[in-house]
Design a protein around this ligand. Structure first.
Ligand code: 13P
Length: 342
């Protein structure tokens, strides 16, 4: 391993260290706005700042959270004690990360599909984010299952962009989180999700290899192999865990530093139970952890409800979800760990 790959590997391994996972707090302003609106919370810059600080300042959060993905607005903000957010995170043992894609846009010639944008000017943006303290980044590709979908065209362009982003990150000493997300809200069966996820990852790893991305210096953020939410047959926890691991083993190189799953709209307990079952099965070459957005945040957001009076209660819920998922990385999660959160 050369010097740069070694440096990237150290960061990547810290991101997936035993008992720790990633807090995805990188919702764009419109997305967090929608989540706040559902709970009647006003989406002001100060509300977004103080909501995110609630998580970062929860006592002991660094025991369970290795890194957090920030949005551009947040990485430039300050905590209430005046410390810059990246500095504040480092003090509590959390590695700052940054979302660098600029969103999934309609794919020309295939209107039901999307391609993720954000490559223009990326080298300069990475330089600035590195100066601001980011040591890892995220880029999310969105793959939509459906009749005759996804197309190979959609998989190719998204895989190509993921690899271009990955190579640019590594050049700057930033660990790329490679996130090809097969959406979980359709009618597809678990067998279809398996096949689509396998095709997607196959293309992604081909491109990563062709573009010279070091697997030791990246973290994969995949979906789990679950049936779509509208599929007639839902699957049990064990089935999801087994099919996800089998699928990953067929296409993910052993040298990938770690796998951190997205939650993708699964319920809180479901996301933890799936991760837990996979870690109980084990027998894979990568650490398996979480990089959850909704499954770490939604209960705490509800408790906070936009009021500073509720911050301690919101922090208790946030900690309890983080701790439950930390336990799942050891295969030691039990649903009663979520009692405080519900
Ligand atoms: P969810 O866990 O809510 O799917 O979010 C993770 C994420 O970062 C999506 O890009």
């Amino acid at each position: 391993m050369d010097e740069l790959t070694k440096e990237l590997n150290d960061i990547a391994r810290a991101m997936v260290a035993p008992g720790k996972g990633i807090l995805a707090a990188d919702e764009s302003t419109p997305t967090i706005g929608k989540r706040f609106a559902k709970l009647g919370i006003e989406s002001t810059e100060e509300n977004r700042r103080s909501y995110r600080e609630m998580f970062f300042s929860a006592d002991g959060i660094g025991q369970y959270v290795s890194g957090t993905i920030l949005y551009d607005e947040t990485i430039r903000q300050k905590a209430s004690d005046g410390t810059a957010i990246p500095e504040f995170l480092k003090k509590v043992g959390i590695i700052p990360g940054i979302k660098v894609d600029t969103g999934a846009k309609p794919l020309a010639g295939s209107p039901e599909e999307k391609v993720t944008e954000g490559l223009d000017g990326l080298r300069d943006r990475l330089e600035e984010y590195y100066e601001l303290g980011a040591r890892f980044a995220k880029w999310r590709a969105v793959i939509t299952p459906g009749d005759d979908l996804p197309t190979d065209y959609c998989l190719s362009v998204n895989a190509h962009a993921l690899a271009r982003y990955g190579a640019l990150c590594q050049e700057r000493g930033i660990v790329p989180i490679i996130e090809p997300e097969v959406l979980m809200d359709g009618e597809n069966s678990i067998e279809q999700t398996y096949e689509i996820t396998q095709r997607t990852l196959h293309k992604v790893f081909n491109e990563l290899f062709d573009q010279g991305v070091a697997f030791e210096g990246m973290v994969l953020k995949p979906n789990m192999v679950v049936p779509g939410a509208k599929a007639p047959r839902q699957a049990g926890v064990q089935e999801v865990a087994e099919m996800t691991l089998t699928c990953l083993k067929t296409v993910v190189p052993a040298s990938v530093a770690g796998i951190a799953f997205l939650s993708g709209g699964q319920g809180d307990e479901e996301a933890s139970a799936h991760l837990n079952a996979m870690n109980q099965i084990g027998g894979v070459p990568w650490p398996l952890t979480f990089s959850y957005g909704r499954a770490l945040q939604q209960a705490a957001m509800k408790t906070w409800a936009g009021s500073s009076d509720n911050i301690p209660a919101g922090q208790a819920v946030a900690l309890s979800r983080a701790k439950a998922n930390s336990a799942a990385t050891y295969g030691k999660y039990t649903p009663d760990m979520d009692k405080v959160a519900s």
